[in-house]
Write a protein that binds this ligand. Structure first.
Ligand code: ATP
Ligand code: MG
Length: 314
């Protein structure tokens, strides 16, 4: 039984070696690294001591094995990580000079895209307290239906929905994706959104009014991730809790938000006050960006405590 269950894409990531490197000309690439937003979150939450399970599909190939080995090492329950006769998904990433990133995804027609409603069994979400979904996982109607089915089963166990919209222009442009994301937003109890996600969900609004709109729905808490400018937590009728970013040299931003989310959920399960959860999650996010590779910078609770003590000069 896991307290956190997440679902969706398990991928390898292959990244450009240099900023400014392009997809439409040959270059040097680094990887494969274990990846996939739900997998990164699960890996981090498990490292922070939470009981976590991941529902998803990988191919019976070395990329699938790379992920399986990594998740097992971190203590993630991979009983619901299903081998399918399709190649494991992958994501290629390049870095723009302005700090932005572009992706080429091989997900919908990969093992990650083979996840179906029939794969999801009630036992996979038994006892789950937080069911976590990434918007990036909505790669097809069929995968979306599998996710909604798992959510319905998790609700029967009394789980709350944590949603990271993780809006990726490359993935959410397909017909139906936006509607499915909106449906999940309406069902979420906790939203873990980046500034780009807020712009996607409530275009043209400033942060406070975008969040205010989200809090009119079911969600009781919205956490906004602001990259190198830290994060904030909003709860209706309460003062906003701000957390500054920890100062680090950013090597690779990919996965910071997922690592942040995994830490935050693990802390909620520990019964931590929001401010402490935000601080630990921000520290974990900062530590994550110091390493190349989406989960190479993931950390344990001990690593996070030591990092914070050092940052605070204790
Ligand atoms: P992704 O979707 O790429 O995983 P995200 O956009 O969801 O990321 P970010 O805001 O990039 O999430 O990162 C999450 C948190 O990690 C931030 O709120 C911040 O606390 C921390 N963080 C991210 N980048 C940095 C950085 N360069 N320096 C310090 N802290 C950072
Ligand atoms: Mg994100």
């Amino acid at each position: 039984m896991a307290d956190i269950v997440t679902i969706g894409e398990v991928l390898v990531e292959i990244m450009a070696e240099h900023v400014g490197q392009r997809f439409d000309e040959p270059g040097r690439w680094l990887g494969p690294y274990p990846s996939g937003a739900p997998a990164i979150l699960a890996d981090q939450a498990a490292r922070c001591g939470a009981r976590v399970a991941l529902i998803g599909c990988v191919g019976d190939d070395p990329f699938g094995q790379l992920n399986r080995d990594r998740l097992l090492l971190s203590g993630v329950d991979v009983t619901a990580l299903i081998d399918v006769p399709v190649t494991t998904g992958c994501a290629f990433v390049t870095y723009r000079g302005d700090g932005g990133r572009d992706f080429v995804y091989h997900i919908a027609n990969s093992a990650a895209g083979a996840l179906r409603r029939d794969h999801v069994r009630p036992t996979m979400v038994d006892g789950c307290r937080w069911f976590h979904v990434m918007g990036s996982s909505l790669v097809s109607d069929e995968v979306g239906e599998a996710i909604l089915h798992a959510l319905a089963l998790a609700r029967r166990s009394g789980a709350r929905l944590s949603l990271d919209p993780n809006a990726r222009k490359e993935l959410l442009g397909r017909p139906g994706a936006r509607e499915m994301l909106d449906r999940l937003v309406a069902e979420a109890d906790l939203l873990l959104a980046s500034e780009e996600d807020l712009e996607h969900l409530a275009p043209g609004r400033d942060e406070a009014s975008a969040v205010e709109r989200l809090l009119r729905g079911r969600a009781t808490q919205v956490v906004v991730k602001r990259g190198a400018r830290g994060c904030a937590s909003y709860v209706s009728g309460e003062a906003v809790i701000e957390q500054a970013a920890f100062t680090v040299d950013e090597i690779d931003p990919t996965g910071a938000g997922d690592c942040f989310g995994g830490t935050f959920l693990a802390r909620l399960l520990d019964g931590c006050p929001t401010a402490d959860g935000l601080r630990d999650a921000a520290a974990a996010g900062a530590m994550a960006v110091r390493e190349r590779g989406p989960m190479q910078g993931n950390t344990t609770s001990g690593d996070i405590a030591a990092f914070i003590a050092q940052a605070e000069g204790r």
